[in-house]
Design a protein around this ligand. Sequence first.
Ligand code: THU
Length: 160
Amino acid sequence: MKQRAYTVRLFEYDQLKELKKEQVLLVNSAIKAARDAYAIYSHYHVGAAVRLANGEIVIGSNQENAAYPSGLCAERVAIFYAGARYPNVPILSIAIVAMHDEIIQKEPAVPCGACRQVMYEKESQGDAPMEVILYGSQKIQIIKQVADLLPLPFKKESLS
Ligand code: THU
């Protein structure tokens, strides 16, 4: 028997001003997106913004539905929209933010498992890592690549 351990390397910051200019821009785009979320059931507004290799920024917010499972998370709205708008252009960075009653959460927003899976596949399509910026008003966490957030991933190679 062998025991293995995975390590997740996180870079933690207290304030937005410690981040690079382009990271701040992405976080601000995610905050703006969160405000426009359609979250009339959970009142949990999530915003995501992705920066593509061609310099474009694409946003997404959670879109809920009376048939609950028909709704979609902010991260997947942004990534699928980016895929539809700019096919085959890698995503270099994603910022995620969550708000409740118009107040940004203190703790960093984290993507759900299904979103990590979609983020992972998008990252695997290109040859560049996708940086993940998890924004909270009192703590910001940056992970250098999605693969760090999804150990033992289900990959397209799994199907062959
Ligand atoms: N949500 C997201 O948008 N992203 C996540 O990663 C987790 C959850 C949304 C889905 C739903 O509209 C609301 O948050 C409550 O789960």
